[in-house]
Every structure is written in C-alpha cells, then in structure tokens.
Design a protein around this ligand. Structure first.
Ligand code: 5GP
Ligand code: MG
Length: 177
C-alpha cells in the first residue's frame, strides 16, 4: 500500500484544524456530531486538542450506493444529543461526492441548531456533485480509494495510523476475511 499521509503529517493537520476551531468557538460550548464509523479516529484525536467545552454526539450514515436505491442515505441517530439552539460542528471522514455531508447537514438543520459548520478529514478534489463545501478540510487528496485513520475497505484497515491508497493488487494480496 502506498502511504499518502503519515502519522506526523496527520497530527499536524489535526492540530491546524483544532487551532481554527479554538479561535472560532473560543469559550462557547461546541456540540460535535460525528458520522460513524469513519470519523471515529479523527474525533478522538481532535477533541483532545479542543479548549472549549465539548459535547459529543454520534450518528451513523450509510448509503446504498451500488444498489437499486443508489444515493439514498440511511441515518441512524439513536446516539444523537439534543442540538436545538446549540453551536454544532458536523464531522466526517471524507468528502467525495458530498452527498453524505449535504444530506446529514440538511437533517441537522431541521433540528434548529444555533449554528452549523462542517469539517472533513479528507476532501477528494474534483469529485463533488453538490453545491456546498465543507467549512474545514484537513487535507486535499487526489481521486484514489484510501484507507486508514478511520477509513475502511470492507470494514477493515480503520486502525492504520496513516492514510494509504488501496490498490486492487493490495486486496488480492491480503483479501479481507
Ligand atoms: P460522499 O457521500 O461524499 O460521496 O461519500 C462520503 C462517504 O463515502 C464517506 O463517508 C466514506 O464512507 C465513503 N468514501 C468515499 N471515498 C472513500 C475512500 O476513498 N475510502 C473510503 N474508505 N471510503 C470512502
Ligand atoms: Mg463514511
């Protein structure tokens, strides 16, 4: 696997994002809504660099891409906190077509937060099909399929401390069990 972002680059990127957020929210209480499971590692690293009071809310979003209902998003929100009147930051692992972030944002806005911003760990350049962009992007990456630092292939590789490009030959060598 080809390493795209190593541990030290990632650490610096997360610190850059945290500094921006510490400036933007200062002493306000921030409610972070984190889209599982891909943003789990980013969430854990980011919150330990934040200085304001933080509430953590988890949701799961799965798309049915590649099936009959392509593009349809199922959102599970049993672990969602009350966000009405709150300052909310929605975080996701990667912004590809942008549909996930757009649809989850729309759902959150129905709950009437005081403010809503979005942050993604990775932005795949040129892939977006939606009008909106994330407010914060930690890294811009080329259009390749990546794993690690929370991102999976068939639910594997999330625990890699770096981000790597997964080539078809990698899958042949180490097929997921
Ligand atoms: P979007 O809705 O922006 O097209 O897709 C976002 C979701 O697709 C991400 O949350 C992620 O689950 C998945 N995804 C898109 N590109 C990649 C990639 O390169 N690697 C992995 N592991 N997941 C991806
Ligand atoms: Mg995801």
């Amino acid at each position: 696997m080809k390493i795209l972002l190593d541990e030290s680059e990632i650490r610096k990127g997360i610190h850059r994002l945290a500094a921006q957020l510490n400036g933007r929210y200062e002493h306000q209480t921030l409610t972070i809504v984190s889209i599982m499971t891909g943003s789990l590692v980013m969430l854990a690293d980011l919150i330990r660099c934040l200085e304001m009071p933080v509430r953590i809310s988890l949701i799961q979003a799965s798309s049915y891409r590649g099936t009959m209902t392509s593009g349809e998003l199922r959102i599970q929100d049993q672990m969602m906190l009350d966000i009405s009147g709150r300052d909310v930051l929605l975080i996701d692992d990667i912004f590809d077509t942008g549909k996930t972030l757009e649809q989850v944002s729309a759902r959150l806005l129905e709950l009437q937060p005081r403010s809503l911003q979005t942050a993604v760990f990775l932005n795949k350049s040129g892939q977006s099909v939606v009008a909106t962009r994330p407010d914060y992007v930690v890294f811009e990456i080329p259009n390749a399929f990546v794993v690690g630092y929370g991102l999976d292939y068939e639910d594997l590789y999330r625990n890699l401390p770096h981000v790597a490009i997964l080539e078809p030959s990698d899958i042949e060598k180490h097929p997921p069990i």
